[in-house]
Design a protein around this ligand. Structure first.
Ligand code: MRU
Length: 353
């Protein structure tokens, strides 16, 4: 596989394990400020995940895996030590319901804890396991970037939604790993990034990441995407995912489904890029995926200004589900699944889950 990315892509400092605590790039402050927050206990990490200081499916999972190390370090020693550890893990599990990576990574950490009794031993092995997850995520990103770029022609214009970049992973991204690789191979002409209401991950984060890498990016209102596709301005839509059901239905940031419908209507390929840790074969259909509902303030206020009359309610789902029938292919670290279905997903997962 031809792959420049292995040498040239530099991970973003999304998170770093320091000596005994987790340092997170505070994504709530981007792009105006590059500040960091240090999580030394589970309360502060749970708050960071809930409020999207760290966000994006793989990044949430890996941050929680380091959270298990913090849980083992901060649980009260003594005869209730194991219970105290597990109750901290449950606290992390309650932060955000949709991205399966969170549950997947914490399940691995529970198992590591079970197999390594004794505080010191547990801390050492949990840390090793979290570091391995981080490394696998970086390796998976590189491979997905290469497989995805193989699908693009010279001069490609890509439309993406939300942020599926280094900020959403251990540092290289999923959808954006394809974009970085395509840029390295001189295949990319430009990127359009949906602004991604209401939290503006596309405008604040994707545009920041791509500009930082010197990649031309134009931001558009989410509602303009269908017109852009109809005008023939886009060669492929490339997005990430938070959970892929056994039949290939994929949950991602709210607005992805309408993008997939518009892409289908205008015969533009629609690709999902996600590592195997995002697949959930215990969920048969997309309709079974729990969709996180978020608070009123995200829609009712902007920059401290009130946008809604008091009497107006809100409906604010953070994600939606795109049916497999609208997905041209899912790109994972094992290759490209065209027209994904239960059969192809089962075979690519093999013994993984
Ligand atoms: O609410 P967020 O910002 O955590 O949502 C993130 C997304 O929807 C991403 O597209 C998804 O996690 C894929 S990231 C590689």
């Amino acid at each position: 596989m031809f792959c420049l990315a292995e040498t040239e892509m530099v991970p973003l400092p999304t998170m770093q394990w320091m000596d005994g605590f987790l340092r997170l790039l505070d994504q709530r402050q981007l792009p105006s400020e590059e500040t960091y927050i240090d999580c030394r206990d589970i309360d502060s990490l749970a708050e960071a995940i809930r409020t999207l200081a760290v966000r994006g499916a793989p990044a949430i999972g890996i941050a929680a895996a380091f959270g298990a190390v913090i849980a083992a370090l901060t649980a009260d020693p003594g005869k209730e030590y194991d219970d105290a550890f597990y109750s901290k893990i449950e606290m992390l599990e309650r932060t955000r319901p949709t991205a399966v990576n969170l549950f997947h990574c914490l399940e691995i950490q529970r198992d590591v804890f079970r197999r390594n009794p004794g505080r010191e031993n547990a801390v050492r092995m949990l840390l090793e396991s979290a570091r391995n997850m981080m490394q696998s995520d970086l390796d998976a990103s590189r491979r997905m970037g290469c497989f995805g770029a193989d699908l693009l022609d010279k001069g490609s214009v890509i439309l993406t939604h939300c942020n599926a970049g280094g900020l959403a992973t251990a540092g290289l991204g999923t959808a954006l790993a394809v974009i970085y690789e395509a840029w390295d191979r001189n295949l990319l002409s430009k990127v359009y990034a949906d602004e991604t209401r209401p939290l503006l991950q596309g405008a604040r984060l994707t545009a920041w990441e791509l500009s930082r890498a010197g990649i031309p990016v134009d931001v558009l209102p989410d509602s303009a995407a269908a017109s852009l596709l109809r005008n023939g301005e886009v060669d492929a839509v490339i997005v990430g995912s938070d959970r892929i059901a056994a039949n290939g239905d994929a949950a991602n940031k709210i607005g992805t489904y309408q993008l997939a419908l518009a892409a289908k209507a205008h015969a533009v390929p629609f690709y999902i890029v996600a590592p195997l840790s995002t697949f959930d074969i215990s969920t048969s259909l997309g309709s079974e995926i729990e969709i996180e509902q978020r608070g009123r303030d995200e829609l009712a206020c902007l920059g401290g200004r009130k946008l809604l009359p008091e009497a107006a309610g809100v409906w604010n789902p953070a994600f939606d589900v795109t049916p497999a029938s609208l997905i041209t292919a899912i790109i994972c670290e094992e290759g490209v699944l065209f027209s994904p279905d239960t059969e192809s997903i089962k075979s690519v997962l093999g013994g993984v889950h």
